[in-house]
Design a protein around this ligand. Structure first.
Ligand SMILES: Cc1cc2nc3c(=O)[nH]c(=O)nc-3n(C[C@H](O)[C@H](O)[C@H](O)COP(=O)(O)O)c2cc1C
Length: 243
């Protein structure tokens, strides 16, 4: 492995034989890594301060939202966080059936649907902070992000015979959004949805970092956009310190 300080290792959990290295400038990972659902990116010292799971919901894997994630991830890595960056587009994530059977299964996720969400839930449960990174589509998260949110119903045992519990208790949620409209008008509804969801589940909501798409990728490469993403990463690291 190259011993360059800007090089970070990927440990692939879904297919152990497929692992490699990427440079930060290459983030999100190059296409040859994309066939894998889950990647752990470890800092070069091997230490773990905070586990962050990022669910990236844009179908444009090198688009605006992914671009905004780059400085965010870079800042987290500087502070020795462990990051799992999951591209949801193309994953098999069926919609929630509303069957409520997960509510009768104690201490486990309990969803009857056997698809990629089973693996994604495993990743979610390992994280201290869960970040939804999504472009706004029709004032909401994109379809795979919304499907994941609905399918997370089984983490809250509130409505069935299972003893009341929150399987991801203590985890904090955060939102990174990109949108074409004014930020509050474009992304405000999703921000509020996460705020209410967290209040409902008794989880901390760190908040939203959003940037407006005015000039495609260039809007997310400005000094202001990059500094904001790094600030947001530091805010997330603060959560860990306070908890
Ligand atoms: C189908 C679709 C729906 C959209 N709906 C909204 C919207 O409701 N509000 C908004 O502000 N921007 C909307 N946009 C703009 C995107 O949110 C914006 O361009 C975003 O930065 C795209 O990110 P991406 O490159 O990561 O996919 C929409 C874009 C598409 C393709």
């Amino acid at each position: 492995m190259m011993m360059n300080p800007s090089v970070i290792a990927i440990v692939d959990l879904s297919i152990p034989l497929v692992s490699g290295i990427i440079v930060l400038a290459d983030f999100p990972p190059r296409k040859r890594f994309r066939k894998n659902a889950a990647r752990y990116i470890k800092n070069r010292f091997g230490g773990i301060v905070l586990r962050v799971c990022i669910l990236m919901g844009s179908p444009r894997l090198d688009g605006n939202t992914a671009e905004l994630c780059k400085p965010f991830v870079a800042e987290l890595l500087l502070h020795e966080a462990e990051i799992e960056y999951i591209e949801l587009h193309g994953k098999d994530i069926a919609p929630c059936l509303g069957c409520y059977r997960c509510q009768d299964v104690a201490d486990e996720y309990g969803c009857v649907r056997q698809d990629d969400m089973q693996t994604i839930v495993g990743s979610i449960l390992k994280a201290d902070v869960l970040v939804f990174a999504t472009p706004i589509y029709t004032w909401q998260a994109t379809p795979p992000v919304k499907a994941v949110m609905d399918r997370m119903y089984g983490l809250n045992k509130f409505y069935g015979s299972a003893p009341r519990s929150v399987l991801n208790d203590g985890q904090a949620y955060a939102l990174i959004a990109t949108c074409g409209c004014d930020l509050d008008y474009g992304a405000g509804l999703l921000d509020e949805a996460l705020r209410r969801w967290c209040a409902h589940s008794g989880l901390p909501y760190i908040g939203m970092y959003a940037v407006r798409d005015e000039d495609n990728l260039a809007s997310f490469q400005t000094v202001q956009a990059v500094a904001g993403a790094r600030d947001f990463a530091r805010k997330i690291l603060e959560y860990k310190k306070e908890s």
